[in-house]
Design a binder for this molecule. Sequence first.
Ligand SMILES: Cc1cc2nc3c(=O)[nH]c(=O)nc-3n(C[C@H](O)[C@H](O)[C@H](O)COP(=O)(O)OP(=O)(O)OC[C@H]3O[C@@H](n4cnc5c(N)ncnc54)[C@H](O)[C@@H]3O)c2cc1C
Length: 454
Amino acid sequence: MPPVSDATRLLSGWGRTAPSAAHLVEAHTDAEAADAVASVGSRGLVARGLGRGYGDCAQNAGGVVLDGPANSGIVDIDLPGARVTARAGTSLHELMERLVPLGLFVPVTPGTRMVTVGGAIAADIHGKNHHRAGSFCNHVESMRLLDGNGDIRTLTPTEHPEEFWATAGGMGLTGVVLEATIRMKPITSSRLRVDTDRADDLDAVMALMVEGDDRYDYSVAWIDLLARGASMGRSVLDRGSFATEEEVTAEGIRQPLEFATSQLPSPPDIVPSGLLNRATIMAFNELWFRKAPASRRDALMSIEAFFHPLDMIAEWNRIYGKRGFLQWQCVVPDEGHEVIRNAVGRLSGAGISSFLAVLKRMGDRNGGHLSFPIRGWTLALDMPVTPGLGPLLDELDEAVVDAGGRIYLAKDSRVRPELIPLMYPRLEQWREVRSKLDPAGRIHSDLARRLSLS
Ligand SMILES: Cc1cc2nc3c(=O)[nH]c(=O)nc-3n(C[C@H](O)[C@H](O)[C@H](O)COP(=O)(O)OP(=O)(O)OC[C@H]3O[C@@H](n4cnc5c(N)ncnc54)[C@H](O)[C@@H]3O)c2cc1C
C-alpha cells in the first residue's frame, strides 16, 4: 500500500538553524513504513518525531523524512505489570494524559513532554532522575525496529543486545522504531514534594548536589549565566520525589492523580532576533533568582510545573527570532568538574545571553553505543547564535574531550566531526552493527552526514 500522503517540506530542529528540504512521508502502519524504506532513493530516509531535537538529527536534505506522529497510539496497558506498549509516534504527553490518572508515570521525562517514544529511544533521553533511574532505554523492555533491509525485528536488551543498544541512542540511524514496550513508574499522586535552595555561586550548588542528590529522585539546578565575579554560577536548585496519595489528600487535594496542563498562546513568528538581548535576559534572570525562596521545604508541585514549565508556552523557540539558537550540552566525569566551572566562567565572562542553563548529576552509563549519559555532571545551555560563539564552543568541546566527556548529539548543530570518535569511543562498534542493519545505506540524516557518523 502506498504512503497515505507526502509533500516536500522545509524542516529544522527546535533551534531553527540550518533547515533543509525533504520529502515528508506519513506512514500509519508497519506496511506503509516498510514501503517507504523499500522505495527510498539515494538520499535515504530518517524517522522524525516531534522535532524537539535542537539540530539536524531529524532532517534529511533531498531525501525522505518519515513523519513519526502519523504512527501513534497506545496499543496495550498492563496495569498490574506497570507496562505500556505504544506506537513510536506517541508523545510522552499522550502517555501522561492516559496513564497518570491510572497511577503510572513515564520512567524518564526530558524538560519537555512533547517528544515521541521513537525520539526518546533514538536519543536515549535522560531526565532529572538519571542519577537514580538511568536513561529512557534502561526502561524499554522491547521494541520493534524496521531496519534498512526492510525487515521488522523485535529487539530486547537480553536477546539482541547489540542491535538493541545500537538503536538506543543511535539517533534513528539503525532504522525506524515502530513500537515499544516501556516499564512505567508507579505513582499514587501526580504531585511532587519539592525542596528548593538558592545557592550563591557554582561551588555552593555543586557541593549541595554532591552531598544531597541521592536523597531525591529528581534534581536540577538552574544557573544564572549572566552573574559574574563572586556570584558566578549562582543557582536555584530544585529537588524532589513524587508525593504519596496520603500526603496530597492531607493538603486538601481531592483528585490525587489528576493530570492538568495549561498553555499560553505561542509567541508570534516575527520576533526580531535582538529581542532576547543581554538586558532582557539579565532582567529575567534577576527576577527568576529573586523569586525563588532562599530555602523552602516540601512544596507540592504539579508534574508540569516541576518537569515541563516551558511547555506552558507553545513554540517558545520563536522568541529567539528567525536567526535561531543552539544548545550546548556536555557531560563530564566527576573528576572533570573543572570543565563545568571553566565553561560557566568562560560563557558568563563572554556575555553569552542564556536564560536556560541547567546543571544535573548523571549516574552510570548503559549499554548504548552512542548513548550520551556517563556518570558525572551535565551542563546544558541555550544561546542565541552570535558571531564569535563558534570558536569559543570549539575550545569548550576540546576541554570536554580532554576530560573524557562528550557533547549530546540530540542537541548538537555545530560540533567538529573529528571530535566524535574521541567523545564516543564505541562509535566503530556501533558502525559495525549499523552496517548489518542497513547494509545498503538506506537510512540517512543531515546529522549523520555532517558528523560522518555512518
Ligand atoms: C525544551 C526541551 C527540553 C529538552 N530537555 C531534554 C532533557 O532534559 N533530556 C534529554 O535527553 N533531551 C532533552 N531534550 C531533547 C529531546 O528530548 C530529544 O531531542 C528527543 O529525541 C526529541 O524527540 P522527538 O520526538 O521530538 O524527536 P525528533 O527531534 O523529531 O528526532 C530526534 C531523533 O530521534 C529520531 N527518531 C524519531 N522518531 C524515530 C523513530 N520512530 N524511529 C527511529 N528514530 C526516530 C530522529 O531520527 C532523530 O535522530 C529537550 C528538548 C527540548 C526542545
